[in-house]
Design a protein around this ligand. Structure first.
Ligand code: PMV
Length: 334
């Protein structure tokens, strides 16, 4: 069995291991999954059970400055605030940085700023790990291929592998045990052009940190949920339908498939033992509201990740109505 370190050594076999600068800065965008990544076949390498598909937000994401020191310990900052030393996130970052600590005594200082407020529930680890990998690539002047960068980002956080590309992106699960064929690739550009006449609305229903990380929740679904048995088949079906809807520029199909895929993902959690649910009363109430609006002819759909907040999908032309119905919604253009 290969470890993340084996993969890094393999990809960087003939590459420079000495930093060419003291500090570098990189940007990576946020991506929103329309067909979710939910469940791993390899926990250490973040290898997914199924493919997934996302849309990249062009101007929103993480800006990461990476500084190398030849003494001391690592220091990590998120939106100017230090990340607590013993937090789960700091430990994850440290484990990731260890993969690129080629000399003894080297430490890294990382400053990440998210262009969308973290509380918006969108500044996931995806853009952060993708930006960090781009920063390491610059720091050591590797000039890796994007597919290789995508593999490295995946080792930090699965969904980060999709943040290396603009537009509509598919993460191919791959077949190999070492995961060297598990990376993201962009799909036809006209799909993204079509989506640029649409908006994403962030409906923040709770600002608090989530109770269970997506990592833990995925593990729980795969291990205990009878409904998870249907998930791979559901994804295969939804993915094929989504690609067709995108190629046909059929927004109501795109919205409907994204919504049912997100609901199927949440159903695997609700069916797990013990039952887990990211939804609050408000999540349920707003889902109902979206369905009500749709019944009266408004083309608004939602998707939902590992948290209670909803992400609304709708055409730009109905933005005024959306802002009136969902006070405080943060609207982002694709
Ligand atoms: O990359 P992770 O481990 O944060 O998992 C992300 C999982 C979802 O956001 C729920 C779905 C997805 O495909 O992004």
């Amino acid at each position: 069995m290969m470890s993340p370190q084996d993969i890094v050594w393999h990809l960087l076999k003939n590459k420079n291991k000495v930093a060419v600068a003291d500090a570098v800065t990189a940007f990576a965008p946020v991506n929103i999954a329309l067909i979710k990544y939910w469940g791993k076949r390899d926990d250490a390498l973040n290898l997914p059970i199924t493919n997934s598909l996302s849309v990249t937000l062009p101007n929103q994401g993480s800006v990461t400055t990476l500084r190398i020191h030849h003494h001391g310990a690592d220091h990590y900052y998120l939106n100017q605030a230090p990340i607590k030393k013993n937090s789960e996130f700091a430990q994850r970052l440290q484990t990731f940085c260890d993969l690129f600590r080629f000399e003894a005594g080297v430490s890294f200082e990382i400053h990440t700023t998210n262009t969308i407020p973290t509380a918006a529930g969108l500044a996931s680890s995806a853009s952060g790990f993708a930006a960090l990998v781009l920063a390491f690539d610059q720091l050591f002047a590797w000039q890796l291929e994007k597919t290789e960068l995508s593999i490295l980002a995946r080792l930090g956080s699965g969904s980060a592998c999709r943040s290396l590309w603009p537009g509509v992106v598919e993460w191919q699960r791959g077949e190999r045990e070492d995961g060297l064929d598990s990376y993201a690739l962009p799909l036809d550009n006209t799909m993204a052009t079509f989506l640029s006449t649409h908006c994403l609305g962030l409906l923040i229903l709770e600002q608090k940190r989530k109770k269970m990380s997506s990592r833990q929740a995925m593990r729980h679904s795969v291990a205990t949920s009878p409904a998870y048995k249907n998930w791979p088949q559901q994804v295969a079906y939804d993915l094929a339908a989504m690609k067709k809807a995108l190629a046909q520029h059929n927004f109501s199909m795109i919205g409907a498939i994204a919504e049912r895929n997100a609901l199927a993902m949440h159903a695997t959690l609700q069916d797990s033992q013990p039952k887990t649910d990211y939804c609050t009363q408000q999540t349920y109430a707003y889902r109902q509201k979206i369905w009500r609006l749709r019944r009266s002819g408004w083309p608004v759909y939602f998707t939902q990740d590992a948290g209670p907040n909803l992400k609304l999908l709708f055409p730009k032309k109905i933005q005024p109505m959306i802002q009136q119905e969902f006070l405080g919604i943060e609207v982002i253009e694709w």
